[in-house]
Design a protein around this ligand. Structure first.
Ligand code: ACM
Ligand code: ZN
Length: 741
């Protein structure tokens, strides 16, 4: 029988607060509540078996409600619809529950929503009477997990899938192989797991630490084919497709540790316990294709989904350039450079997968040297690659580092556990839109959706994984599901008021970083003012200022939004710690402040910083030093060999000393400068001090002069010397705070 339904116009509708996340297209509250008993009756015969089982376990888990079969009038009634948008469902809650659905997947989504609507007050369970109509915006709503850098157990993967399902994420991108571990049993090549799944030692702390230290502990693990099947079927019960990733030609050191003969040099090397990009990759000789085809042959039989991800990212070409076999492949196939060789490599793999009825998907580097004919592109280096692919009629999944890398910090790095770097707070994820303005409607139709990635170099436990994933995965789901998502503040209200309780009941270790008070500083003529921003606008902060030297402590109460003036010191520079404790959310924040004579000075960048690291011009004189490990935007970053900055002090002042604070992070090509020169800018510029003795991040220059306008010239290596990371390039110079004593 064919039913027609009236589709409501979501944009014209004024939405009342709805507790379902992701927010449905339509939620109309009507008067009254529907009260629930401990047992709910339904006609089991009408239900698809899997959705019934899922409903049963969800009602038990969240609400201790059991379902019972009835042949009479059921409490939850169903009807199937046709001619509605993909994965459409509706729920009407009146004196009973009426679910309309287009397919089993949609019925499952309806159940997830229904379970979220049930409230309990004084042990009484009820659902506010309402009408819900819903369907997703994008087909690909993905979450990725790197199990190579750190291994996660079958039980942990299932929990990860449960949470994804709760928020209607439907694609699990399982990053099964990388340099630091091979995690999938392959019968044809047992050493991939006996050798490739384990490493002897792992880096402690950050990649950029100098010197590096290792833990000397064996780490690893892998999934048997039986376990893979179990997880794929567990995901399928939750309407989640699993996309396995088998990395090639790069990120293959674990496989090459097991079978070195498939590299260019054949050299035996261990599974590394260091992160980054390695030079040794698969050789492009025929034997490697045989090896990879045999592996993929087993992979395709384990994963019923359409897509196989083959990586393709970050493959250095140095080995190929000096390998006779690779050069021979290039000649034979008339390939003009190493990029074309990579393109040839990926096309060969694509042909194999297409013959097996699978689609190839890879990171956006697969565009270099020419995209293979049917490939789908996962755009991670921003939106660019995805835009180019969509314009060429290729399908795209957007997963730009700016919005979708959940291994980035989500709060101030000094208040967060160690992470790789970057800054992707909850609100940034919430603003993610996979469709860039550059695409017209026809091109935009190639964007399948989006995904967030969880690389686990710095995620060493499942608890920490949840901390990095939640609540950001919920914001992602809003970005990918909602036709018209509510504004960020409304989302936060539902998240904080309703969903945190649910996550608490499941003992999810989600992060509360987005609720931390944030402090912004504004430069003004007296110095700087600090303004407190709290997610709760009625918040009061108990603020204490402590002066480091005297230990003197001042306490005051401040409302969110109020300004705290920090004036320049009359005489000496003082170091202060200001602690803001929120009365409402118990989450506070601490800042360390150096009160000095240039607070509020005017900074003129004669040399422009790189726009990516030019967060606020006043950053250099706002009293706050850049944090470590650096996330990026608290530092002013230059990529030129000569840097000229002019600083105009608010008043002429006797300056005893100027202290520069640089960042040294050679692994990221950030180096200390070679020379600094300070001049007094009066009618004519007059050099007053210079130094080439720079061997630490803090550089002090004695001055002892009355100054008003100061010209600072900083010189770096003209290029990074051979043998050091980034050799041959102009080094980065990162500077934050120039303190005037
Ligand atoms: C990637 O982050 N290397 C895809
Ligand atoms: Zn080779």
């Amino acid at each position: 029988m064919l039913f027609t339904v009236q589709l409501f116009d979501s944009s014209a509708q004024k939405q009342e607060q709805c507790n379902i996340l992701p927010t449905p297209v339509v939620y109309k509250r009507v008067k009254g509540n529907l009260y629930l008993r401990e047992k709910i009756h339904l006609n089991k015969e009408n239900w698809p078996k899997n959705t019934l089982n899922q409903l049963d376990s969800m009602l038990q888990k969240f609400h201790k409600i059991t379902i019972q079969d009835t042949t009479g009038k059921p409490f939850i009634r169903l009807r199937k619809l046709t001619n509605v948008p993909k994965d459409f469902y509706s729920i009407s809650i009146s004196s009973f529950i009426f679910i309309s659905y287009s397919n089993e997947r949609a019925l499952y989504y309806a159940m997830q929503s229904l379970v979220q609507l049930i409230k309990t007050e004084n042990k009484i369970k009820y659902i506010p009477k309402a009408f819900v109509q819903d369907y997703p915006k994008f087909d690909w709503r993905g979450l990725h997990l790197d199990v190579s850098r750190h291994f996660f157990s079958v039980e942990e993967i299932k929990r990860y899938l449960d949470l994804m399902a709760m928020y209607k994420l439907n694609t699990f991108h399982w990053h099964l192989t990388d340099d630091q571990g091979w995690r999938i049993e392959i019968n044809a090549y047992p050493k991939l797991t006996t050798v490739g799944a384990f490493r002897d030692s792992t880096l402690i702390g950050h990649y950029t630490a100098n010197p590096r230290k290792y833990d000397s502990q064996r780490h690893g693990g892998f999934y048997t084919q039986q376990e893979i099947k179990e997880i794929v079927s567990y995901a399928a019960e939750r309407y989640i497709d699993v996309v396995p990733e088998i990395e090639m030609p790069g990120h293959s050191r674990a496989a090459l540790a097991a079978y070195p003969r498939f590299s260019c040099t054949g050299k035996q090397q261990k599974v590394p316990g260091l992160w980054g990009v390695f030079e040794d990759i698969y050789c492009t000789k025929e034997e490697s294709f045989q090896f990879l085809s045999n592996i993929l042959n087993e992979v395709v039989s384990l994963f019923p989904g359409k897509y196989i991800h083959i990586g393709g990212d970050e493959a250095p070409k140095s080995r190929w350039k000096s390998c006779a076999k690779c050069q021979n492949v290039m000649q034979k196939n008339r390939l003009k450079d190493a990029h074309e060789l990579q393109s040839y490599f990926i096309s060969r793999i694509e042909q194999f997968l297409n013959k097996k009825g699978k689609n190839l998907i890879g990171w956006d580097e697969i565009l270099e040297g020419g995209l293979s004919p049917n490939a789908t592109v996962m755009s991670w280096r921003g939106f660019k690659g995805g835009i180019a692919a969509a314009k060429n009629g290729h399908y795209v999944v957007m997963t730009p580092g700016t919005h979708c890398y959940f291994d980035h910090y989500q709060g101030k790095s000094n208040e967060e556990p160690l992470a790789i770097g970057g800054y992707t707070p909850l609100e940034k994820v919430y603003q993610f839109n996979p469709i860039p303005d550059e695409l017209d409607a026809a091109q935009a139709s190639y964007i399948l959706g989006g995904q967030a990635n969880l690389w686990t170099e710095y995620i060493t436990s499942y608890d920490q994984l949840e901390y990095m994933a939640y609540p950001r995965a919920i914001a992602l789901s809003q970005a990918l599901w909602c036709q018209n998502k509510p504004n960020y503040e409304k989302f936060c209200q539902v998240l904080y008021d309703v969903h945190y309780e649910k996550l608490d009941s499941l003992k999810v270790n989600y992060s509360k970083s987005s609720q931390r008070a944030s402090i912004t500083s504004k430069v003004n003529e007296k110095g700087i003012s600090l303004i407190l921003d709290s997610p709760d606008t009625s918040d009061i902060f108990c603020t204490s200022l402590r002066t480091k030297l005297s230990g003197e402590e001042i306490k005051l109460n401040l409302k969110a939004g109020e300004e705290l003036m920090i004036t320049r010191p009359k005489k000496h520079v003082t170091e202060q710690e200001i602690e803001f404790i929120s009365k409402n959310s118990a989450l506070g924040s601490t800042i360390h402040l150096t009160r000095h004579h240039a607070l509020g000075a005017k900074v003129n960048y004669i040399t422009k910083p790189n726009p990516q690291y030019h967060y606020a011009p006043s950053l250099l004189i706002d009293g706050q030093k850049g944090v470590r490990p650096w996330r990026g935007h608290e530092w002013i970053g230059f990529d030129t060999c000569k840097i000229i900055i002019e600083i105009k002090l608010p008043e002429k002042k006797k300056i005893k000393e100027i202290v520069f604070s640089f960042l040294e992070s050679n692994g990221s090509w950030i180096y200390l400068p070679k020379q600094i020169q300070v001049s007094n800018q009066m009618k004519r510029r007059k050099k007053i001090r210079s130094t080439t003795n720079i061997n630490s991040e803090l550089v002090r220059l004695k001055i002892k002069k009355r100054l008003k306008t100061i010209n600072i010239e900083i010189n770096t290596f003209s290029s990074i010397p051979q043998g050091l990371p980034g050799a041959g390039r102009v080094p980065w110079t990162f500077l934050d705070e120039i303190v005037f004593h």
